[in-house]
Design a protein around this ligand. Structure first.
Ligand code: F6P
Length: 565
C-alpha cells in the first residue's frame, strides 16, 4: 500500500522555519566576524567531496530546524524505501533502484526485490557491457569491411543522451586515444547530418540508446543514421546492393541499449548486440546503466568501475550518515529553505572546471523533470512551491555573462560552485615578456574564490567611498552581499569524483521531492507535447483536416511555414 505523503507545511518544523525566516536578518559578514568557527563548523564531506555550506543564509538554528523538517516528513523511511526497492514511483508502480546499478559485486546483504536477485542481474549486464567495451577498444569488434571502430555515435535523447555526453566531456582526459564518441539527440535533421558528415562509415559504430525504444526522435535519428550508413558504404563500394548486405552492415555497425529488446529486434538490431536495463531505472538516472555503454567504451572498464564506485560512496553516505552530517540531505534541505522560505525561483550550478561544461544541462533534466510537479504522489495538489529552475555555465564564462544579476539583481539566486584542486591540463602562462610564470588553474580558482566571497560579503557604501568613488556613483557600485553559495571542491575530476557529484545531485533532488511529497521519478508532463506533435505533423505536410483541427495560432504558424518553406 502506498504511504501517503506527509504534508511538510503541517509539521511543527515548517511553522518554526516560517517564523524563523521572518525574523532572520541575513548577515554573512557579521556571522563570519562573530564566529571564527563558522566555516569549519559548516563544512562537510562525502567521499572525496569537500562541501563548504558556510556561505549559505543559515544559522545553526536554521539547520537544526531543517533537519527536524526532514525527520517530520519521514525522510529516513523514504530513503530506506528507495534503496530497498519499494515501489516509490507510485504513478508508474515501479521501484526506483538506480542505486542498485552501482552496488559493488558481492554487496551484502544481497538486494532481492519481488524475488528477483537484482544484484545478480546488474552484475551480469555490467559484465556484458564492459566486455563489449573491451572488444571495441581492443579493435576486436570490426565493421563490415573488417576495420576497427574509430568513432562511436550515441543516438539517444533526454536521459539516454545528457548523462553520457556530460560524462564523456567531463572525463575527456580518460578517453582512449584514437577513439571518439559523438552524440546525436535532436530530431532537427541538422544534428544527425552534421554529426556523420565527416565520418568514415567503415569505422563508425552506432549505439541506439533508448529505454523505451519508442522515442520518436531517437528512432527517426537511428533510421537516418542507418540510411547514411547504407548509402555511404555502398558509395565506397563496401557493400552490395542487397538486403542481406544491408542487414550485415547493421549487424556490424549498430548496437542498442534498451529495456525493450523486442523493439530492438524489430528495428533490425540483433538482440545479441543489445544491452538491457530495467524499468526501475529512470531515464535521467541511467548514465550508470547500460545507457553508459558509449562512456564505457571511451574510458574503459576500469575507469567505468571507478565511476560506479564514486556513486556508491555517496549512496552509502546517504543511507548511513546522520542528517546533520549528510551532504545530500543538507543540500536538499537548503534548497527547500531557499525555495519555500526565502522565495528563490532558480538555482545556479557553476562549475569552475571546463570539463564539467555540460553538467548544468545534465542537471536540468535530473532536477526539473524530477521535481517540476504540481501534485503529490497520492494525486493531491502540492501544498507549497516545488521545483526551482536549475541553470548554469562554467565559470569564468558565466562571470562575463549573467553574474551581474546574481550580484546586484533583485532576485535571490542560490548557487553551487564546483571546483577541483588538480587540473587535467596544468598549463602555465609565461606572461607577455616571458619572464612571469602564472599557474593558469590557480588564476581560475582565484576567480572561484573571489566570486563566492564577493557574493557573500559584498561591498558597503563606505568601502566604495573609500576608493574615492564620486558620491553619485556610489549606489551603483555597492554590493549588498548575502548572496548564498555552496562551494564543492574535490582533489581532481576523476571518474569516481564525477560519479560522486552525480549521485550527490540525484539525492539532493530526491530529498527535495520527499519534503514536497511528490513522485520525483515520473515525467507525465512531457507526454502531451509528444502526442500533439504527432497530430500536427500531418498539418505541416499539407493535410487540410489536420490543419483544420488546430487552434488559430497553430494554424497560422503552419501556414507561415508552408508559405516560406
Ligand atoms: O520525454 C522524456 C523522456 O521520457 C525522458 O524521461 C527520457 O530520458 C527521454 O524521454 C528518453 O527516453 P527513452 O530513453 O525511452 O528514449
Amino acid at each position: 500500500m502506498t504511504t501517503a505523503p506527509i504534508d511538510a507545511t503541517s509539521t511543527s518544523a515548517w511553522a518554526a522555519l516560517a517564523a524563523h525566516s521572518g525574523a532572520l536578518v541575513p548577515d554573512l559578514r557579521g556571522w563570519f566576524a562573530a564566529d571564527p568557527d563558522r566555516a569549519a563548523r559548516l563544512t562537510r564531506s562525502v567521499g572525496d567531496l569537500h562541501v563548504d555550506l558556510s556561505k549559505n543564509l543559515v544559522t545553526d538554528e536554521t539547520l537544526a530546524l531543517l533537519v527536524q523538517l526532514a525527520q517530520e516528513v519521514g525522510l529516513a523511511g523514504r530513503i530506506e524505501a528507495m534503496l530497498s526497492g519499494e515501489r516509490i514511483n507510485v504513478t508508474e508502480n515501479r521501484s526506483v533502484l538506480h542505486t542498485a546499478l552501482r552496488r559493488p559485486a558481492g554487496a551484502q546483504p544481497p538486494l532481492v526485490v519481488d524475488g528477483q536477485d537484482v544484484d545478480a542481474d546488474v552484475q551480469a549486464e555490467l559484465a556484458k557491457v564492459l566486455a563489449f567495451a573491451d572488444e571495441v577498444r581492443a579493435g576486436r569488434w570490426r565493421g563490415v569491411t573488417g576495420k576497427p571502430v574509430a568513432t562511436v555515435v550515441n543516438i539517444g535523447i533526454g536521459g539516454s543522451d545528457l548523462g553520457p555526453v556530460m560524462a564523456y566531456e567531463a572525463l575527456a582526459p580518460y578517453v582512449q586515444v584514437g577513439l571518439q564518441v559523438r552524440f546525436v539527440s535532436n530530431i532537427d535533421p541538422t544534428d544527425v547530418a552534421r554529426t556523420v558528415a565527416d565520418l568514415d562509415p567503415e569505422t563508425t559504430l552506432f549505439i541506439v540508446a533508448s529505454k523505451t525504444f519508442g522515442t520518436l526522435e531517437t528512432l527517426v535519428n537511428a533510421r537516418l543514421a542507418r540510411a547514411w550508413l547504407w548509402s555511404a558504404l555502398a558509395e565506397a563500394g563496401a557493400i552490395a546492393d542487397t538486403d542481406d548486405a544491408r542487414a550485415d552492415a547493421v549487424a556490424h555497425h549498430f548496437v542498442a541499449v534498451s529495456t525493450a529488446l523486442d523493439k530492438v529486434a524489430a528495428f533490425g538490431i540483433d538482440p545479441a548486440n543489445a544491452f538491457g536495463f530495467w524499468d526501475w531505472v529512470g531515464g535521467r538516472y541511467s548514465v550508470d546503466s547500460a545507457i553508459g555503454t558509449s562512456l564505457a567504451i571511451a574510458i574503459g572498464p576500469d575507469a567505468f568501475r571507478d565511476f560506479l564506485a564514486g556513486f556508491h560512496a555517496v549512496d552509502a553516505h546517504l543511507r548511513t550518515a546522520p542528517f546533520e552530517q549528510n551532504v545530500p540531505v543538507l543540500m536538499g534541505l537548503l534548497n527547500v529553505w531557499y525555495v519555500n522560505f526565502l522565495g528563490a525561483h532558480t538555482h545556479a550550478v557553476l562549475p569552475y572546471a571546463q570539463l564539467l561544461h555540460r553538467f548544468p544541462a545534465y542537471l536540468q533534466q535530473l532536477t526539473m523533470e524530477s521535481n517540476g510537479k504540481s501534485v503529490r504522489w497520492d494525486g493531491s495538489p502540492v501544498t507549497t512551491e516545488t521545483g526551482e529552475v536549475f541553470w548554469g555555465e562554467p565559470g569564468t564564462n558565466g562571470q562575463h555573462a549573467f553574474y551581474q544579476l546574481i550580484h546586484q539583481g533583485t532576485r535571490l539566486v542560490p548557487a553551487d560552485f564546483i571546483a577541483v584542486a588538480t587540473p587535467a591540463y596544468p598549463l602555465k602562462d609565461t606572461g607577455g615578456d616571458g619572464t612571469e610564470s602564472t599557474d593558469v588553474h590557480e588564476l581560475f580558482l582565484a576567480n572561484f574564490l573571489a566570486q563566492t566571497a564577493a557574493l557573500a560579503f559584498g561591498k558597503t557604501a563606505d568601502e566604495v567611498r573609500a576608493e574615492g568613488t564620486r558620491e553619485d556613483l556610489v549606489p551603483a557600485r555597492v554590493f549588498a552581499g548575502n548572496r548564498p553559495t555552496t562551494s564543492i571542491m574535490a582533489p581532481a575530476l576523476t571518474p569516481s569524483v564525477l560519479g560522486q557529484l552525480i549521485a550527490l545531485y540525484e539525492h539532493i533532488t530526491f530529498v527535495q521531492g520527499i519534503v514536497w511529497g511528490i513522485d520525483s521519478f515520473d515525467q507525465w508532463g512531457v507526454e502531451l507535447g509528444k502526442k500533439l506533435a504527432l497530430e500536427v505533423a500531418p498539418a505541416l505536410a499539407g493535410d487540410p483536416a489536420a490543419l483544420a483541427a488546430q487552434d488559430a495560432s497553430t494554424r497560422a504558424l503552419v501556414e507561415y511555414y508552408r508559405a516560406h518553406r
